[in-house]
Design a protein around this ligand. Structure first.
Ligand code: NAP
Length: 329
């Protein structure tokens, strides 16, 4: 297969319509094992590239830097120019250091050097602020981020998970506009058929400021694959079995009702619930490229095949109405 391509928001860069997320690379489970080890990470990246994918999502804190390091190792034998790589900064990287966190100038500058070093590249295609940081004035972080674009170390800037506070992105972009700094051109919020909090006014903000929208957790952490049931135990080896928070977050009656609609549409179009859920985001007029996660190559291949799923307007609307907007997600 060859994944379709889309413009990366209003930028001049083109990406595959599905991005591949590497959050679970190098992540230790409760039993001390790695959820995705280096060899598996490389198998997943190769499967994604073979399917025609070029848009890789990481962050400085994924696997405590291992995600970036392993992507860097994998890129070594390839042409860096074939890939669009996004990373993020915010979460603490030096536990006892009050400046070892956030998006203040000191931490941003330190982290960009480290990210580039781990990825073995001269530049990042996208640098996201992983979260909003109310300790740092927006004038400071926008000026610092602008410097990275100026010196060529970063191509585009993004705001990740600032939602539901659309105004924080809007204010930062207004400041950037007044001062002639590079604005945020991308947003990376959580968005999927059962997490609808960005429908408050975040999606409208993205439209008003012309931000590309790359949703994370398109499968609600695996819930929308249909492998969790209303009754019964957690399927072994899944995110749900590993984390107590998963059940609280996803296994609600309202979510299972929405999943029933996904299952109906999946049967109608001859696809899996995972593919229909990802396809819904891909059909969404405001969405640029959902970021699919996967622990195995089989999962990844299933998710990437969402690119080939067509939905009618009626099916799109039925899925959109499967769960109502709620500010709590
Ligand atoms: N900006 C942020 O704050 C933020 C936050 C979260 C994620 N992200 C980005 O978004 C990416 C995707 O997030 P996510 O991992 O939460 O996405 P997701 O697609 O909602 O969930 C992925 C998980 O679902 C399960 N899964 C995926 N495909 C499956 C399939 N076909 N069949 C059965 N199970 C399947 C796997 O978990 P199990 O097999 O373990 O059940 C997999 O790890 C991340 O890698 C990261 O790059 C960003």
């Amino acid at each position: 297969m060859s994944l379709s391509t889309v413009p990366l928001g209003r930028t001049g860069t083109t990406v595959s319509g599905l991005s591949f997320g590497t959050w679970r690379f190098g992540r230790e489970t409760d039993t001390g094992e790695l959820e995705v080890d280096r060899d598996q990470a490389h198998r997943l990246l190769s499967a994604y590239a073979e399917a025609g994918g070029n848009f890789i999502d990481t962050a400085d804190m994924y696997g405590d830097g291992l995600s970036e390091e392993w992507i860097g190792d994998w890129l070594e034998g390839r042409d860096r120019e074939d890939f669009v790589v996004a990373s993020k900064v915010y979460w603490p990287t030096r536990e006892d250091d009050p400046n070892g966190r956030g998006i203040g100038r000191k931490h941003l500058r330190r982290q960009v050097d480290r990210i580039l070093d781990r990825l073995g590249t001269d530049y990042l295609d996208v640098l996201y602020c992983h979260r909003f940081d109310d300790q740092t004035p927006p004038e400071e972080f926008m000026r610092t981020l602008d410097g990275f674009v100026d010196d060529g170390r970063v191509n585009y800037l993004g705001a990740s998970t600032f939602e539901p506070n659309a105004w924080e992105v809007a204010r930062a972009n207004e400041i950037a506009d007044r001062r002639g700094y590079e604005p945020f051109t991308l947003a990376q919020p959580r968005y999927n058929l059962v997490n609808r909090e960005i429908e408050g006014n975040y999606v409208e903000m993205c439209e008003a400021y012309d931000l590309g929208l790359c949703p994370w957790s398109p499968l609600a952490g695996g819930f929308l694959t249909g492998k969790y049931e209303r009754e019964g135990s957690m399927p072994e080896g899944t995110r749900g079995a590993e984390s107590d928070r998963f059940a609280d977050r996803y296994l609600s009656e309202a979510n299972f009702d929405a999943l029933d609609v996904v299952r109906d549409v999946a049967e109608e179009v001859g696809a899996t619930p995972a593919q229909v859920s990802v396809a819904w985001l891909m059909h969404h007029p405001q969405v640029t490229a959902p970021i699919v996660g996967a622990r195995t190559v089989d999962q990844l291949e299933e998710n990437l095949a969402a690119d080939e799923v067509s939905l009618t307007d009626e099916q799109f609307e039925r899925l959109a109405e499967a769960k109502e907007y709620s500010p709590m997600g």
